[in-house]
Design a protein around this ligand. Structure first.
Ligand SMILES: Cc1ncc(COP(=O)(O)O)c(C=O)c1O
Length: 370
């Protein structure tokens, strides 16, 4: 079976370097927080072009902490795209806020600026989330940032999938007011357990996030907020330090695989388009996203019969998930995201995917996607 994702190449890449780190962490009993977490936060800020980073326990926690630090309270509206992982919606709903679902642009599959404008004229939300979906980002990202800044809308960038993405040759998050990351193991830069981070160039916001993630502490037994228990484990920070140190190699390899898919795809006569970012965005090789000409649900089993695992990310939009019913506002029929999820198919892609497997996937796609 050619798997959709295989984590072994990364765990094997770092295991020799991680083992002595873990031994010393166990010896020093730096199990939650500690010097490795502090070092990782410094490395993250440096790589991502932000002033500071706060590590936490997951990407979903990072979103909740960022939203809360940015002032989201129950009953407020928060705009977010209708095509994203469920956690983006979940974080907003868990804070008691009301999601305003915005359709995606068919051009880049990211939040649609025109609809964001229309929704703001109607709902006057003070917070919005732009998700850098699929390891790309919106071609209109600079305009989205300006639109939000001009209207005093706090824009939170959900970069769970976007470590290593660049805008005009610089880390995409260098221009973000506040952004969140996930280190779920299958991400481009994945940890050995759940993990996340908030990055920002606003020192006050960073300190609020840090306090919120640690029970709202101002001192060990003094609390300035009702916060959460969301700190990063020392063992995770040690592991991530070794993965982050190899981020260039991992991301370059993934980008080469996407390029190899693209090279083979064009001549294969497949009834589907291999999508990717445009404008000044450089992807991080997170996903190989195909938009088929026709509905794609039946293709998953056809690939499986050829011993290839493909996935559909995502087969349903946020508004189509049952728990979303009655819990959101929308200003359009969200038709672009609805149409896209019927036709989406994602091909195997991971650091270490053998070129012969990639060739077999394209061969199968030529037979299946017609
Ligand atoms: C866009 C997006 N946001 C948020 C998350 C949540 O991250 P985590 O699984 O680390 O909580 C993910 C993770 O899959 C994601 O893809």
């Amino acid at each position: 079976m050619i798997p959709f994702v295989d984590l072994h190449p990364v765990t094997r890449l770092v295991s020799d370097a991680v083992a002595p780190r873990w031994a010393s962490a166990l010896e020093s009993c730096e199990l939650v927080g500690g010097s490795a977490v502090t070092r990782l936060e410094g490395e993250l800020a440096r790589c991502l072009g932000a002033r500071a980073a706060v590590a936490c326990a997951s990407g979903t926690d990072a979103l909740r902490l960022a939203l809360q630090a940015a002032g989201v309270v129950p009953g407020m509206h928060v705009a977010l795209p209708n095509l994203t992982f469920w956690a983006t919606f979940e974080a907003v709903a868990q804070l008691g806020a009301i999601p305003v679902l915005i359709d995606v642009s068919p051009d880049d599959l990211q939040i649609d600026l025109d609809e964001l404008r229309r929704a703001h004229a109607r709902v006057r939300f003070r917070h919005a989330i732009a998700v850098h979906l699929y390891g790309w980002a919106s071609t209109a990202l600079s305009e989205i940032r300006t639109f939000c800044a001009d209207r005093d809308v706090c824009l939170i960038e959900d970069a769970a999938q976007a470590f290593g993405v660049e805008l005009d040759g610089r880390p995409v998050l260098a221009g973000a007011a506040i952004a969140t990351l996930s280190f779920y193991p299958a991400k481009v830069i994945g940890g050995c357990m759940d993990g996340g981070a908030v990055v920002s160039s606003d020192p006050a916001l960073v300190e609020t996030v840090r306090s919120l993630g640690n029970h709202g502490r101002s001192a060990h037994y003094a609390h300035q907020h009702v916060g959460w228990s969301s700190r990063m484990a020392g063992l995770q920070a040690h592991y991530l330090l070794e993965v982050v140190a190899r981020a260039g190699e991992i991301i370059d390899a993934r980008r080469r695989l996407v390029a190899a898919y693209r090279g083979r795809w064009s001549d294969a006569g497949i009834a589907g388009r291999l999508r990717g970012p445009s404008g000044g965005i450089t992807d991080n090789g997170y996903l190989a996203v195909v938009e088929c000409d026709r509905p794609a649900a039946g293709h998953v089993a056809a690939f499986r019969r050829r011993a290839i695992e493909v996935r559909r990310i995502y087969p349903e939009t946020i508004d189509q998930q049952p728990p979303a019913r009655g819990r959101f506002v929308a200003v359009s029929d969200l038709a672009h995201s609805h149409g896209f999820v019927e036709r989406v198919l994602d091909l195997p892609l991971y650091y270490g995917l053998p070129e012969r497997d990639l060739a077999a996937v394209v061969q199968a796609a030529a037979e299946i996607i017609r």
